[in-house]
Design a binder for this molecule. Structure first.
Ligand SMILES: [Fe+2]
Length: 344
């Protein structure tokens, strides 16, 4: 199929020059139209939508630079080449800013005219190709971003499901602790917020609090559920649960931060806890928070062999053990902020 011919609109008030350019461009394979002043050029450009406009600057009725301004109001696509006498060069330079693509000096050398048309058309083509490429690229980036956001959402859901499944596993092992993990998580997040824990750490705090006793699935049930005092040997067995829990969670990438809480949630402020006998600032703040939340909920919850103690008594014990078992600053926040009053 023959390629569509390009349309050139030639505008010059000198009829002979117009005719010479027309003959030449026809021979070079263009379709042509001519106008002899600016006004005529504007109206023709509007009618036929040329690909190229060759526009003389100095013309009666409406000059080329004015015509350029008018044409650019409705046509940003066509290539416009200004033609000028030597004395009009300043005007021509200004027209480049006004939307012309090139300018040629009179007398016109037809070969130069063709070269100017071809190179400006090529430049246009590259610019529009680049624009199309940019658009495709932006679209692809948006598409990938949406896909990543969707995957991230799915990952978060899966993560929540894993955490819930784990906490159900703990409660299945010790059914009387039903709701304990959820309540410890709730107290912990509130205490964390009061202590100024950064937002991005609150999620790890909540997860660590939910899973703090996950290691109990590795401790014999009869020991876990034994009413009354444990023997030394039984207690040693219970004391393995933070490390068992750490081993379960620390290899899961999304649970890495929470696994530290799982390991440290029985460390005491004065170094008398287990498993690593860490003290004060050696224990991360998230674990110090969970220790308080866990202790408070354990004291106030009912067990099959004993009733939960009244709130006031549990608070008195927190106060009493502040500075030995518990971080005193956090106990103060927990009690003075009455954070124990709210659970989900
Ligand atoms: Fe524990």
């Amino acid at each position: 199929m023959e390629a569509k011919k390009l349309m050139a609109l030639i505008v010059d008030d000198e009829i002979e020059i117009c005719a010479a350019m027309e003959r030449y461009l026809k021979r070079e394979g263009f379709e042509t139209a001519t106008a002899n002043n600016g006004r005529e050029a504007v109206s023709l450009a509007r009618q036929i939508g040329p690909d190229v406009i060759i526009l003389d600057v100095k013309m009666p009725t409406m000059s080329g630079d004015q015509a350029l301004e008018e044409i650019r109001k409705f046509d940003a696509e066509s290539v416009i080449i200004m033609v000028t006498a030597v004395e009009d060069i300043e005007i021509s330079l200004l027209t480049l800013k006004g939307g012309a693509d090139d300018f040629l000096r009179k007398p016109i050398v037809l070969g130069e005219l063709l070269h100017s048309i071809q190179s400006t058309l090529e430049k246009r083509r590259l610019v529009s190709e680049n624009r199309a490429y940019q658009k495709t690229l932006e679209f692809k980036v948006a598409e990938q971003t949406a896909r990543l956001a969707r995957l991230l959402g799915e990952l978060k859901t899966t993560n929540r499901e894993i955490i819930l499944a784990f906490s159900e596993a703990i409660e299945a092992k010790d059914p009387y602790t039903k709701g304990h993990c959820r309540r410890v998580a709730s107290y912990s997040v509130r205490l964390g917020e009061a202590a100024g824990v950064q937002k991005e750490w609150l999620e790890a705090l909540e997860t660590g609090a939910m899973l703090h006793d996950i290691g109990k699935i590795g401790v014999i049930e009869t020991i876990l559920n034994k009413p009354g005092k444990l023997t030394q040997e039984e207690f040693e067995s219970v004391k393995t649960h933070p490390v068992i829990g750490f081993n379960i969670t620390s290899n899961i990438n999304t649970l890495r931060e929470a696994s530290r809480i799982v390991r440290n949630h029985h460390e005491h402020y004065d170094g008398s806890g287990y498993p690593d006998k860490l003290a004060s600032a050696q224990i991360d703040i998230l674990s110090r928070i969970v220790l308080i939340a866990d202790a408070y909920d354990a004291m106030t919850s009912d067990r099959p062999y004993r009733k939960g103690m009244p709130r006031e008594k549990a608070i008195a014990i927190l106060r009493e053990c502040s500075g030995t078992q518990f971080d005193p600053g956090l106990v103060k926040l927990f009690i003075e902020g009455k954070l124990y009053l709210i659970t989900e």
